[in-house]
Design a protein around this ligand. Structure first.
Ligand SMILES: [Zn+2]
Length: 302
């Protein structure tokens, strides 16, 4: 069996140089290119979304190897001294030698500790802008809490946290996919790509909250008032009768979820419960779900 490769896209930016370490320019002006969309003209100008060193694609041409195996990105051996969570075939938790290094990772945006997702829309703060049709509100600070993210067993570090929303994750999903997150109730920092679960793989209730991605296949209003529920159904496993999210019509329309977004994807944090003969995520909190901007759908780990 082919070794698993977790580099689902590379940053492409002509003229960018890893040695200058100007990551902000790369992620601001670069384009996320999945291996199957790679073209020869990108050679020498594609970079790892985890460690930002140059990558090469194999095979160099065409979307498949001669044996039909799909194309993939690879690190260069010459950059093996640069640590990267995408070099190992399995997702590993990020650990730190010192509390200072962990706090630094938060400051420079490599790690986000989510204390909780917002339970309601912030008041009076206003909408700070929209990306791909989703409203966005700035995260606010949560409490400083202890997390066992030390390299040494039994040691915890005090880390600043955020009260965030899934919309924040969706907003620059291309940048966030290979960042590390500690989600509510979790002890470890894992890459977002490793936390994302395809809802089509779920076949039974699950009381551990997870971050799911799901394709909307239909949506139905359960009444005339805005405060009635809307059932939004997702593509699901063949053994599951149906799988829906239940939230008010008003809240879902605020998030852009209605009949016009069938076939679009949402990200949703929650527990899976039974609903009739199917499954559901029942009444997620305001900050626990958002429509994924359409341009990022091709980056989902499907
Ligand atoms: Zn890398």
């Amino acid at each position: 069996m082919a070794q698993q490769n977790r580099i689902s896209y590379a940053w492409w930016l002509n003229g960018w140089d890893f040695e200058a370490r100007d990551v902000a320019t790369l992620t601001e002006n670069g384009e996320a290119i999945p291996p199957e969309d790679y073209a020869l003209e990108m050679k020498g100008s594609i970079f790892c979304p985890g460690c930002f060193t140059p990558l090469f694609r194999s095979p160099a041409e065409g979307a498949h190897f001669a044996n039909r195996r799909v194309a993939r990105y690879n690190h260069y051996a010459s950059f093996a001294h640069i640590e990267c969570g995408l070099r190992s075939p399995k997702a590993e938790a990020l650990k730190f030698a010192t509390e200072e290094l962990a706090q630094q990772a938060i400051e420079n945006g490599k790690l986000t500790v989510v204390h909780e997702f917002r339970s309601a829309a912030p008041e009076a703060e206003g909408n700070l802008g929209a990306a791909g049709g989703i409203a966005f509100h700035e995260d606010v600070d949560g409490p400083v809490s202890a997390y066992p993210v030390s390299r040494y067993k039994g040691e915890s570090f005090a880390l600043p946290t955020k009260i965030s929303s899934v919309a924040s994750i969706c907003r620059r999903f291309d940048r966030n996919l290979f960042k590390y997150y500690v989600f509510p109730g979790r002890a470890n920092a894992l890459m977002l790509s490793a936390e994302l679960t395809d809802i089509r793989t779920v076949v039974q209730p699950d009381e551990t909250p997870r971050l799911y991605f799901a394709e909307i296949v239909r949506t139905e209003k359960m009444g005339k008032s805005d405060q009635n529920l809307r059932m939004t159904y997702f593509a699901c496993h063949a053994n599951v009768h149906d799988f829906c999210m239940k939230a008010t019509i008003a809240e879902q329309s605020e998030k852009g979820i209605d009949e016009n977004v069938v076939r679009r994807f949402i990200l949703i944090w929650g527990v899976v419960t039974e609903s009739g003969i199917g499954l559901c995520i029942n009444r997620p909190k305001w900050g626990e779900y958002a429509l994924l901007p359409a341009q990022y759908e091709r980056l989902l780990p499907r």
